[in-house]
Design a protein around this ligand. Sequence first.
Ligand code: HEM
Length: 407
Amino acid sequence: MGTLPTKEMDFERLVEHFDHYDFELAQDPHPCYRYLRERCPLARSDQHDGFWVVSTYEDVHTVMSDSETYSTKTLIIPEQEIGLPFPVSQTDPPEHAEWRAIIQPWFSAGRAAKSEASVRQRTNELIDEFVERGACDLALELAYKLPADVIADLMGVPREDEAMFRDCANRVGDTSIDDPEGAGAAFQELFEYFGKLLDLRRHEPRDDIPTALVNATVEGRPLTYEELVMLCIIIQLAGFATTAGFMANVLWHLAEHPEHRQRLLDEPSVIPAAVEEYLRAFAPASVGRRVARDTVLRDTPLKQGDRLILLLGSANRDDHVFPNADVIDFDRSPNRHVTFGQSIHRCVGMHLARLESKVMLEEVLLRIPDFHVTPGAKPRLAVGHNWGVRSLAVTFSPGQRLASPMG
Ligand code: HEM
């Protein structure tokens, strides 16, 4: 539990200055989340110019279900100056529906299922790169690579550009508060990259998202250049750090809990339910909202322009909805977690995220079943809106590659 406070007074102070970018808090946020839910479910933090902290399932549900009152114009606290708001995710009703309809078909359950073979192949290629070594960093070498490569595939990014693409995604996602200039530069690189890719697709159409976007319309008109690029970037950003952080958290848990791992080895058919339970227990994303009109939440007046953070990871540990919420239980049912959000902004990529997680787990369990955290190694958790293990050194019995190094 790191240096988190144990005394009530310390918790009060922690809550008053609640900061999702606090390194110590990120290492184990759940004691603080519990305190928030039980003692001050709608807390006011004085950090980042002040914002409300929403921690219970009921309140998260209320806010997410009311997009007239709570706008997604603020998704990240503090807001980042990047020019245009992101289409879809930072669009309120009624415009939101038309934007969402443009990308939705690419993320249906059926489409996700169709990509299973290629996701599995990519997973195995990544495992091939370290399987003979008997040791690797499962976060860096697998969890943070696979989702970037899957999105690169959807975007029609050529193989030779994948490393650059991954690197940009990492830099945008990881450094935005400590190093806004570095994040800005990475964002600019992505912007230019997608700009060129979109131009290319205008002349040489393919079966990929950029081609669909250049042919799409909103309000009867084609999308502007900036809208097109921002749409590509939001898909990339929304689908990368969330999935990567989540998968790394699952691997971390399994590396430290052989009894859970054994169950999945004995009963692989439980893997989808395990993914669902891990999604509940290790929700990676917290999202922001901006109050669009004066309102009252939990008897507290909120003013237009106030900002809130919705701690989805806390909502999912609310004992009122999930009995023994801190216990990982693969047989939990029902399991209506809010990890993918709710209502109109519910994650468009959830089928794909589930598929990637399932396939990754199946292959890891098959190929390096005895992986465990390397003695002395300390997993490091990312701070901010995307919570997840960024580094996970593990050791395992070496195995064999499936493909030749050139394969
Ligand atoms: C474990 C992985 C993932 C988690 C936890 C996650 C979480 C979320 C959450 C909580 C939202 C709702 C945001 C809000 O209400 O403001 C969201 C929206 C979204 N997600 Fe995901 N996501 C994941 C994976 C993906 C993937 C793989 C993609 C696509 C490649 C994706 C694309 C999107 C997009 C485009 C939105 C905006 C939808 C809208 O505003 O209508 N996500 N995601």
